[in-house]
Design a protein around this ligand. Structure first.
Ligand code: ZN
Length: 47
């Protein structure tokens, strides 16, 4: 399992919402969290 860095929910790696940033892949529970991450990836990727 992965953690959604925006809302801290557990997310399955087969989630269709994910983004690559600085060589890591981040997974999200929903489109809204992915959009939030994409608008400010540096803030969220530090967690
Ligand atoms: Zn989320």
């Amino acid at each position: 399992m992965e953690y959604d860095p925006v809302c801290n929910m557990k997310v399955s790696k087969d989630s269709k919402f994910h983004s690559d940033f600085q060589g890591r892949t981040f997974y999200f529970c929903c489109e809204g969290c992915k959009s939030e991450f994409d608008s400010n990836p540096i803030k969220y990727s530090r967690k």
